[in-house]
Design a protein around this ligand. Structure first.
Ligand code: BTN
Length: 342
């Protein structure tokens, strides 16, 4: 009988081989369990081997040793029993210029939702057109969504992504990571992840929104001001686990904050949660125009617009700066950059 399982044949076969924890599974038993022919099983094994899996073919059957498992980000690695359709939203590239561009293409083709991952990017980009160095071992992905939000409320989506990533990195690294406005993630005072959001709209409404997330996981950090999870933990970790944790946190946050989201006024609970992950509240801050595309533009110090104390974010994600003469200034995402001076 054909299996009712909605996952791809690769996902189903891998699940069965992994259940065996290093023992072999005969082709005929696998064929029966999957409801396909032995030849179909053999073909799926071949395509997994081509994708890089170390599946041994023995007289007793097929064998996937846990110690030979690699950290793959293929769509079938994200088959999920709670969300059977999740796997079908995943796109994976061994190398691409930028996952943002691949996600844009999918948005233009009418996709409502997509997770685009790449092992390497040749033209990874950050905010303000800066370069995001994307070496093997890092986690680089973009999430495409078409939320029913007005353009001015897109920051709520961005706040959810930031909180999900900072919580996941804290959990994975076993120590608290922090958010720095607008959307950098620091641990041990060094940058471990960056997030950028690109949107397209029609009238006041968002047509699509793409959130790009880059995390130094097992790659060497690209500068002395950056750090990776491997450097924090002293061992390599699975990028797939990091990504799954982030997706779990995004789902939780969306559930928790949906009921009290009054979109036109932002979301004060979300802002409170964001502020609880900031290590810069109360810190002297300079506010700059983000005009330079240079990666070291903060050192070059463009035009300073204001100085004051960083007070966190307001419910729509604007940063609040209290100036020396006791004024409160509010700055939108994208309009300025901050340099924390302590
Ligand atoms: C920043 O710190 O300026 C944000 C960096 C965002 C990098 C990620 S990596 C995945 C996605 N693809 C890109 O080209 N950029 C984002």
């Amino acid at each position: 009988m054909k299996s009712e399982n909605k996952h791809s044949s690769k996902a189903q076969l891998l699940a069965l081989l992994r259940e065996k924890k290093g023992d072999s599974s005969s082709g005929s038993v696998l064929a029966k369990e999957l409801g396909v022919s032995r030849v179909a099983v053999w073909k799926t094994v071949q395509s997994l081997v081509e994708a890089g899996y170390s599946i041994e073919t023995k007289e007793s059957g097929y064998l996937l040793k846990p110690e030979n498992e690699k950290d793959f980000l293929y769509p079938w690695e994200f088959a999920d029993s709670v969300y059977p359709e999740r796997e079908s939203f995943f796109y994976h590239f061994l190398k691409t210029d930028s996952t943002m561009d691949r996600a844009h293409e999918l948005a233009l083709k009418g996709k409502e939702m997509a997770y685009v991952c790449a092992d390497k990017q040749s033209a990874g980009r950050g905010r303000y057109g800066r370069t995001w160095v994307s070496r093997q071992g890092g986690l680089f992905f973009s999430i495409l969504e078409k939320p029913k939000l007005t353009i001015s409320d897109y920051t709520l989506f961005s706040l959810i992504m930031q909180i999900a990533v900072v919580k996941s990195i804290s959990f994975i690294c076993g120590k608290k990571a922090y958010l720095r406005w607008p959307n950098d993630i620091y641990i041990n005072n060094k940058k471990i992840a960056g997030i950028t959001t690109e949107i397209s709209g029609e009238g006041d409404l968002i047509s699509w929104l793409i959130c790009g997330i880059g995390i130094n996981v097992n790659n060497k950090a690209p500068s002395v001001k950056a750090v990776s999870c491997e450097e924090i933990l002293g061992r390599q970790i699975s990028r797939k686990e990091v990504l799954c944790k982030i997706l779990e946190e995004i789902d939780n946050l969306k559930k928790n904050f949906k009921s009290n989201a009054v979109y036109s006024q932002g979301n004060s609970n979300l802002a409170k949660e964001w502020n609880s992950f900031s290590d810069c509240i109360g810190v002297k801050t300079a506010v700059f125009e983000p005009e330079s595309k240079d990666d070291n533009f903060l050192e070059k110090q463009g035009k300073i617009l204001a100085r004051g104390i960083f007070k966190g974010i307001d419910p729509i994600g604007r940063c609040i700066i209290k100036t020396d003469d006791d004024n409160e200034l509010y700055f939108n995402h994208g309009s300025v950059s901050l340099a924390f001076l302590n």
